[in-house]
Structure formats: structure tokens, C-alpha cells
Design a protein. Structure first.
Length: 404
């Protein structure tokens, strides 16, 4: 019994030593006397311009401020926030309901921002950063973990960011990194990037052209959803899965080419892509999830090069699209299988065999330094021929298009 009491006393003493709350320069902190670290505690009644320092001095001891704790400024009257370099974490709901905050400065030391960190920060306009690579390495837990969910301006070293070039050291583009950032007008993804995260560029409505390079394997859910200004799309030859709602609401697209590497098209992937007229489906696609092409109301031709009839999870894949007046082009060997399918394939206005010319096409790798035209069977030429071609423009944009 005595031993148990001693252990209990030791635990209580340890807790007391590790959870002391203090106030320095008007901000409450919880300090760890052993590790000499501090976390910004709950400051519900804070008002004014906030500066979170990299360290604080208490009883002649220096404590490094490593994090802003959960609910730290819940509904506080923060006007602006400057977070000093050294702070690594902003916990969940840290600035929840800071409805008067108009700007925030984030240091390169930040590595994670928790869920709902900026919920209802509706007046937030400006985010300031100094290191693009550090920004791309932040682990955002959700869309409203990113202040860009509300803010419209991102300043990198004093200049507003409109043209984004992914740094060479970044090979994975994380979740939510530029979610709803409407000032983004161009995006250059280098050839070593392998994945694009969930909602990474969702709502970037002024992004007009997108080249996804050939080493990208996965495109996350809603990665480019709501990019209404997107008119040119090239999907690289290593993509295996197109995530749920990855390109939903991309109303500017009129042509879609799904490369031969893709095996699975997620639910609502191209939902409400209402301007797409022609779709080319690569040979490896085996599964199309619900609502994948729902509300593709301008569809005229659907070319399926798949080596087997892709499984439709249910009939909603083409619901409210224009397939009843569109033509489905399929390999001659599968023509009867499509016509006898129990699902929505049979609802196309007509089902015909692919021509010999169409079945011979294949996508090729493109040298981004070239300015030329490519046929889909690999031939290069200086002027476009009729049919489907890959066009590399002088401004660096690459796209597949149809020349009539």
C-alpha cells in the first residue's frame, strides 16, 4: 500500500512539474520545466495584434515556444497574428472563430496544422510566408487547417504568389496545400513528383492549364475539383488511380484523355465537367465508380480502349450526362459485350467499333523543352494533321487536342 501511494505521489508531482500555466506579455502558456518548452494555452479573451515569440523568459529561465495549443484563441478578438520562427505546430481549432483576424504570418518552422484551425476566420485575407518548400511540407489536417481556405492572397517574401513552380526537392504534393487559392494562374510540376494529395489545388478557379508529369502515380480526392478555368489537361503515363472528385466541376475542359496507366476512376472524378465533348479511356481501366461522369451534359463521343468492359459500380456513372445522344466507340472484339452489358453502357445512343486507325494510337512521353506536334503513335511533325494530336506550345503548355 505504501509503495502504491509513493508511486501515485510521484505521478502527481510529475504532472504538476510538467503542466504549469503562466502569463508572459499578456499571453498564457503551459510550460514544461523539465524540457524547458512552452505551449500557447487557452487565451479566449485575447484582443488585438498577436505575436507568438520563439521563446519566453520566466524566472530567469528560457522556454522555447514549440506549439500553439488546441483552442488557444477560440473566438478571441485577434486582429492579426505573427508566429515566430521556431514554433512547429498549430493544434486543432487553435484560431477557431477568430472572425476579425485579417492576416497571419507563418514561419518556415511550422510542420503541422490541426483540424479546424481556422474555422470561421471569414475576414482572413492575407497569409505571409518566407519559404515555399517549408509551406509545401506542412501537414494540413483538413481544408480549414489551411488559412488559404479563407484568405485570398498568399505573399511569398513580399510578393503575391500567382505562378507556382514546385521546388525540385518536393516529390510529394500534400493534402490541402493550395486549397481554394484563386490567385493561382499557373502551375509547374517537375518530373520527379510522384503524388498529388487530396484537395491540393481544389477551387483554384483561375488555373487554366495543367500538365501532370509522367512519374505521378496517384491524384488525390478533389485534387483539382472546382478548377473552373482549367481548359487544358495532360495526365501523365504513370497515374494508376484518379481519386474521388479529382476533377469535379472543371467546367472549362472540353476534351479528356485518360492514359493507359489508369486502372480505376474514382467516384465523381469528372462530375459536372459539363463542357467535355470527347472522352478517351485508356486500355487498363477496369473500374468506374458511381457518378464518375455524372452531368457531363455535352458528351458527344466516348472512346473506350479498355481491354475488358470496365465495371460500373452502378448506373449513376453517367447519370444526367448526354450519353443517350452520344456515340460509344469500343474495340470490335468487345462490341457485343458492351451491347449486352447490364449497366449504363447500353444507354449510349449508338455503340460502334473503333477503327483500325483509332485502335493503333498510344500516348508517348513528351520532352518539355520541345516545341512541336506529336501524333498519338509517336510521329512528330511541324504542322498539325487531322485527328488527335499532342501539342507543345511555346509557353510551355502541353495538351492533347483534336484537329478536324
Amino acid at each position: 500500500m505504501k509503495r502504491h501511494l509513493l508511486l501515485l505521489f510521484a505521478c502527481i508531482l510529475s504532472t504538476v512539474l510538467r503542466a504549469e500555466e503562466i502569463t508572459v506579455d499578456g499571453i498564457k502558456y503551459e510550460i514544461d520545466p523539465t524540457e524547458k518548452t512552452a505551449t500557447v494555452a487557452k487565451n479566449k479573451y485575447f484582443s488585438g495584434d498577436l505575436v507568438v515569440p520563439s521563446s519566453i523568459l520566466y524566472n530567469d529561465e528560457t522556454y522555447n515556444v514549440l506549439s500553439i495549443g488546441a483552442w488557444a484563441f477560440d473566438c478571441a478578438d485577434v486582429k492579426s497574428a505573427v508566429i515566430s520562427d521556431g514554433v512547429k505546430e498549430i493544434a486543432y481549432s487553435a484560431f477557431f472563430g477568430c472572425s476579425n483576424m485579417v492576416s497571419i504570418t507563418l514561419p518556415p518552422s511550422i510542420t503541422s496544422i490541426g483540424g479546424d484551425a481556422f474555422v470561421n476566420c471569414k475576414k482572413l485575407v492575407t497569409v505571409y510566408i518566407t519559404d515555399l518548400e517549408a509551406w509545401l511540407n506542412i501537414n494540413f489536417a483538413a481544408q480549414e487547417s489551411n488559412p488559404l481556405f479563407h484568405a485570398k492572397d498568399l505573399y511569398l517574401n513580399g510578393e503575391i504568389l500567382t505562378d507556382l513552380v514546385i521546388p525540385s526537392n518536393i516529390t510529394t504534393i500534400g493534402n490541402y496545400v493550395f486549397t481554394t487559392y484563386s490567385n493561382l494562374t499557373s502551375l509547374a510540376i517537375h518530373e520527379e513528383v510522384t503524388s498529388i494529395g487530396d484537395a491540393a489545388f481544389s477551387g483554384c478557379k483561375n488555373l487554366s492549364a495543367l500538365y501532370i508529369p509522367n512519374k505521378v502515380i496517384s491524384i488525390g480526392a478533389s485534387a483539382f475539383g472546382g478548377c473552373t478555368g482549367l481548359t487544358s489537361l495532360h495526365i501523365g503515363e504513370s497515374v494508376k488511380r484518379i481519386g474521388r472528385s479529382a476533377f469535379s466541376g472543371c467546367t472549362g475542359l472540353d476534351l479528356l484523355v485518360v492514359p493507359n496507366s489508369v486502372t480505376w476512376i474514382g467516384a465523381s472524378s469528372f462530375y459536372k465537367c459539363s463542357n467535355i465533348k470527347k472522352i478517351y479511356l485508356g486500355k487498363a481501366v477496369t473500374t468506374i465508380d458511381p457518378e464518375a461522369f455524372q452531368y457531363c451534359s455535352s458528351m458527344e463521343d466516348f472512346y473506350s480502349f479498355a481491354e475488358e468492359v470496365p465495371a460500373l459500380v452502378n448506373n449513376s456513372a453517367f447519370w444526367m450526362s448526354s450519353i443517350v445522344s452520344a456515340t460509344l466507340h469500343v474495340p470490335a472484339s468487345l462490341l457485343d459485350s458492351y451491347k449486352q452489358s447490364p449497366y449504363a453502357w447500353t444507354r449510349f445512343g449508338s455503340i460502334v467499333s473503333l477503327t483500325d486507325e483509332e485502335t493503333s494510337v498510344k500516348t508517348i512521353s513528351i520532352d518539355n523543352n520541345e516545341q512541336t506536334y506529336y501524333s498519338l503513335n509517336g510521329q512528330t511533325f511541324t504542322t498539325p494533321h487531322r485527328g488527335i494530336v499532342i501539342v507543345k506550345s511555346s509557353n510551355g503548355i502541353t495538351k492533347k487536342t483534336i484537329v478536324k
